[in-house]
Design a protein around this ligand. Structure first.
Ligand SMILES: [Zn+2]
Length: 229
């Protein structure tokens, strides 16, 4: 019995060690809709710094450009052709995700297409009550904002994304307009593509608070750099 339990624990550590999980962070100070939708990066992100082992030369390691206008997480999908599965059945959120996919595809940096196969999909477009989902342990962080959250799993030794789930909260977004819902979806899919939060002074859809715009020229340029090869 003891041996059996040990096997499960080791297997769990291997799985968790191979994938960093990132998500938006809860903002306890969220006041009005327009002032603080998304919080800054979680301090728990420090738990997931790349280890020395991941710095060794690796033939499978994907190149991540430096000095992009919008900051990067240091991860990306292996191919530009990315699939997404619509898990939510909420009509408003479906529209937001569809519109956000169209807008990211317009950058021509990636080609995101919808699939009916949830198992094989790279990205899952989901809905959920994000207010309840904000604790984690040493290896897995579920940190969320009021309106949107993205959880990514990747291999830090190759910078390769394995799975991303972008979640929008239908209750929080119900009272906003459709353009804004699309912008929140664009922000979350930005995380799902490898973009990190941009500083407040930048012109980007990846600013964690005060989302005032959709994908900008800076974001387009960044994604083209990230998926150039
Ligand atoms: Zn975010």
């Amino acid at each position: 019995m003891r041996r059996f339990i040990l096997t499960i624990l080791v297997a769990g550590m291997v799985i968790l060690g191979g994938a960093r999980i990132y998500a938006d962070n809860a903002d306890p100070n969220a006041g009005s809709f327009q002032s603080s939708f998304f919080s800054p990066d979680s301090t728990s992100d420090n738990d997931f710094q790349f280890s020395g082992a991941s710095q060794r030369p690796n033939a499978d390691r994907l190149a991540i450009p430096h000095n992009t206008p919008t900051p990067l997480e240091g991860i990306r999908w292996k191919k530009k052709k990315i699939t997404i599965y619509m898990e939510t059945t909420d009509p408003k959120l479906k529209w937001a995700f569809r519109d956000a996919v169209k807008k990211w595809n317009k950058t021509k940096a990636v080609q995101i297409r919808w699939t009916k196969d949830e198992e094989k999909a790279n990205i899952i477009a989901a809905d959920g009550d994000l207010a309840r989902n904000n604790t984690g342990n040493n290896n897995v962080g579920y940190t969320t904002s009021e309106l949107g959250s993205t959880r990514t799993e990747y291999d830090p030794t190759t910078n390769t994304l394995h799975k991303a789930t972008s979640t929008l909260d239908p209750n929080q977004l119900d009272y906003t307009n459709k353009e804004f819902r699309s912008e929140v979806a664009q922000h979350e899919l930005g995380h799902a593509l490898g973009l990190a939060h941009a500083p407040e002074y930048e012109h980007s859809v990846m600013i964690p608070r005060n989302i005032k715009n959709g994908i900008t020229k800076n974001d387009t340029k960044t994604l083209r750099m990230l998926y150039a090869k």
